[in-house]
Write a protein that binds this ligand. Structure first.
Ligand code: SF4
Ligand code: SF4
Length: 472
């Protein structure tokens, strides 16, 4: 029985409800009146139910689809402006006891190089990341209680926050580790993590069990209910996602939105972010052997419909996607992207020789952070290194009230410009700096509140003189 308030995985992600939703959307995909009604509701910016959003995803009327894309773009502009938050993943260890069939870190892969960073290695990696200009990391590890126990993750977080190299600092560490206990989530919270990220991979229980044949991750309920335990442990920013390509994308789309509805219904706050990775080639993984791959058109539609359905939820795209694909979906709703990522263990400080490959997937976008920042600005975006909310304690519902109060433009916008300024002064190439300074001069005028505009101007001048870390 479908119940978004239930704490039982199969009740808040009800298979029957998803099937009925898919059938309903299929039946109404050419129902112009209903589609228009849903678009009108979406224009109120309060989101849509999974059923309504599904009808938009399936919509086969070209003219209505154009309206859907235009609305997604408008919502993106209203909530996120032209800012794009930058981050990088940091792989700590690829030891893993699970058997996920789509990931080269699975236990049976005897061919891949297994690596685990020592605290000294982490220092070197973090310094390399700081020297690029990164301020926000996403930590990744495989699941292995012997090699990567929670104590190792906690110690690593402490190490990362402690490193201050030149003007560099990692100001927000998001964590992507396996589903764990309330007690461990509490420890992560105390260690000062930003978002806890865990991808569902697929919401279809039957497929899930086949794709995860061995190891603790095989337990669908334990994995699906992880975000509830994380929230019980005090983490109020959680990031969800599926790996598109494993199951039918329509099924996953409904599941994702039902998960968001569940978190909102039970905890009063939906997911902080949704990630939209697509399956990629990697060591012993052939992405083409999965039947449910989606093309760039469907991918763009998914991004647009997620943007409309959950306007307050950030959306993340990684370097799994090519420059062209990233360019296509940025304006439809993406709010965070990674740049200059290495998906191997220890890949930042020293690039890996080919015979020692430890990467989780092949990167499609291989550009440096400076190139990505430059490209974003040329497209009219403001690359932002902002971490202010987390550091001001604006997490969970406090973050949501910032979004809903309409103060985003007075907070995020100057924060983006001040952190971009830091980047330009400390790390940018000459060309990037030139473009960036011009952009800041134009964009500072768009901060609506005069007082904030004045403070930001003053702070920008102070950054030039060597001061750092201003925020609203
Ligand atoms: S997806 Fe995660 S749990 Fe599965 S094999 Fe890869 S690292 Fe391990
Ligand atoms: S002020 Fe908060 S919401 Fe805005 S960009 Fe910074 S961290 Fe994100």
């Amino acid at each position: 029985m479908y119940n978004p308030k239930s704490m039982v995985a199969e009740e808040f992600i009800s298979h029957e409800e998803i099937l009925e939703t898919l059938e309903y959307a299929e039946k109404h995909k050419a129902d112009a009146a209903l589609i228009q009604q849903i678009i009108e509701k979406a224009k109120e910016r309060r989101g849509l139910s999974h059923r309504e959003a599904m009808v938009l995803l399936d919509c086969g009327i070209e003219e209505k689809n154009q309206q859907i894309y235009a609305l997604a773009e408008q919502i993106k502009k209203d909530f996120y402006g032209n800012r794009i938050v930058m981050f990088a993943p940091l792989y700590l260890s690829n030891y893993c006891i699970n058997g996920c069939v789509y990931c080269p870190y699975h236990l049976k892969n005897k061919h891949i190089a297994r690596k685990k960073l020592s605290q000294e290695d982490i220092r070197r990696e973090v310094i390399a990341l700081q020297d690029m200009g990164h301020k926000r990391l996403a930590l990744e590890t495989g699941e292995d209680p012997v090699n990567n126990p929670i104590e190792y993750v906690l110690e690593s977080i402490k190490t990362i926050y402690s490193i201050k190299h030149k003007n560099g600092a990692i100001r927000r560490v998001n964590v992507n580790i396996a589903a764990t206990t309330v007690e461990n989530y509490r420890k992560l919270k105390e260690a000062g993590i930003g978002t806890y990220i865990l991808f569902q991979e697929t919401y279809n229980k039957e497929s899930y069990e086949k794709l995860h044949p061995t190891g603790p991750k095989h337990n669908y309920a334990y994995h699906t209910e992880a975000m509830d335990r994380a929230m019980e442990g005090g983490i109020d920013d959680v990031g969800i996602g599926v790996l598109f390509g494993l199951e039918l994308y329509r099924y996953e789309f409904a599941g994702l939105l039902m998960h968001a509805e569940h978190l909102e219904a039970v905890h009063g706050v939906g997911p902080h972010t949704i990630s939209v990775p697509r399956i990629r080639h990697a060591d012993d993984i052939d992405a083409d052997s999965f039947d449910n791959g989606i093309d760039d058109d469907i991918f763009a539609k998914l991004v647009a419909c997620i943007r409309i359905a959950v306007p307050y939820t950030g959306m993340i795209i990684s370097t799994r996607e090519s420059r062209q694909c990233r360019e296509r979906v940025l304006h439809l709703g993406i709010s965070q992207i990674s740049g200059a990522s290495r998906t191997s263990v220890g890949g930042y400080q020293t690039p890996e020789p080919e015979e020692e490959n430890s990467a989780q997937f092949d990167v499609s976008d291989n550009r440096s952070l400076d190139e990505v920042v430059n490209w974003l600005m040329r497209l009219g975006y403001i690359p932002s290194f902002c971490t202010a909310c987390y550091r001001e304690g604006r997490t969970g519902d406090r973050f949501m009230s910032l979004c809903k109060s309409g103060q985003i433009q007075n907070c995020c916008h100057p924060n983006a410009l001040m952190t971009l300024k830091e980047y330009l002064v400390d790390y940018a190439s000459e060309d990037t700096r030139r473009i960036g300074e011009r952009l800041i001069a134009e964009e500072i005028e768009k901060v609506p509140r005069e007082k904030n505009r004045e403070i930001a101007r003053h702070n920008l001048a102070e950054i030039e003189k060597g001061k750092r870390d201003f925020r609203f």
